[in-house]
Design a protein around this ligand. Structure first.
Ligand code: SAM
Length: 177
C-alpha cells in the first residue's frame, strides 16, 4: 500500500496544487495523504469529493512533524520514496519499487531539506527535468500499479460517470434521478 507525504504546504500559495496532489493520490490508488501544514479547508474539500465520489478508506491527515512520520514509517518496516528531479530516473528503479509493499512517497512544494534525501530509501526522478509534484505523483503511481489504477472503482460512491464519446452522463448509485 502507498501513502503520500506532501511536504511544506503553504495554505495560500499551494492550495490548488496540494488539492491536486491529494485528488491524484485518491484517484490513482494511494491509501491516504499526510499533508505537512495546517489547512482544514483543504481537508474538507477532499472529504467533500470522497463523500460524493467514494473512497472513505482514504486517509487525509494534516501533520506538523513530517520527520517523525518518516522515522516512524521506517521503524515499522515501510520504505520511503522521495520524488526529486535529482534522483535516479524512474525507468531504472521501477522494477524494484513494484516489489515493495508499504511505500511512503514524498513530494515537496519548495526546496526539500537534505534530511529527506538522506533518509529516503529511494530518491526517484520522473525524468531529470524540473516539473511538478502532481505530474510526478501520477506517473509514479501509474508505473508502480502498472496502469491498473485507471480502472479504479469506489464501491461507496454516490454517483458514477457513464463513459461516452460525447456529452456527459452521471448516474446516482441509489437508483434515484
Ligand atoms: N526546486 C525544488 C527543489 O529543488 O526541491 C522543487 C520544486 S518542485 C515544483 C516541487 C516538487 O515536485 C518536488 O519537491 C518534487 O517532489 C516534484 N518534482 C518536480 N520535478 C520532478 C521530477 N523531475 N522528478 C520527480 N519529482 C519532481
Amino acid at each position: 500500500e502507498i501513502y503520500v507525504l506532501r511536504l511544506g504546504h503553504r495554505p495560500q500559495r499551494d492550495k490548488r496544487v496540494t488539492t491536486h496532489v491529494a485528488l491524484v493520490a485518491r484517484a490513482f490508488g494511494a491509501k491516504g495523504i499526510y499533508i505537512h501544514g495546517n489547512d482544514q479547508k483543504l481537508a474538507k474539500k477532499i472529504e467533500d469529493v470522497i463523500n460524493v465520489w467514494g473512497g472513505k478508506y482514504f486517509r487525509i491527515e494534516m501533520i506538523s512533524n513530517p520527520k517523525k512520520l518518516v522515522n516512524d514509517w521506517k521503524a515499522t518496516g515501510g520504505k520511503v520514496v522521495h520524488l526529486t528531479m535529482y534522483g535516479i530516473n524512474l525507468p531504472h528503479v521501477q522494477e524494484k519499487l513494484k516489489e515493495l509493499d508499504k511505500i511512503l512517497v514524498i513530494v515537496g512544494a519548495e526546496k526539500v531539506e537534505g534530511w529527506y534525501y538522506h533518509m529516503a530509501d529511494f530518491n526517484v526522478a520522473i525524468s531529470n527535468q524540473p516539473h511538478s509534484e502532481v505530474a510526478s505523483l501520477a506517473l509514479f503511481l501509474d508505473r508502480v500499479y502498472k496502469g491498473e489504477e485507471l480502472n479504479i472503482m469506489f464501491g461507496d460512491s454516490k454517483i458514477s460517470v457513464i463513459p461516452m464519446e460525447r456529452g456527459k452522463k452521471v448516474v446516482r448509485n441509489d437508483g434515484q434521478h
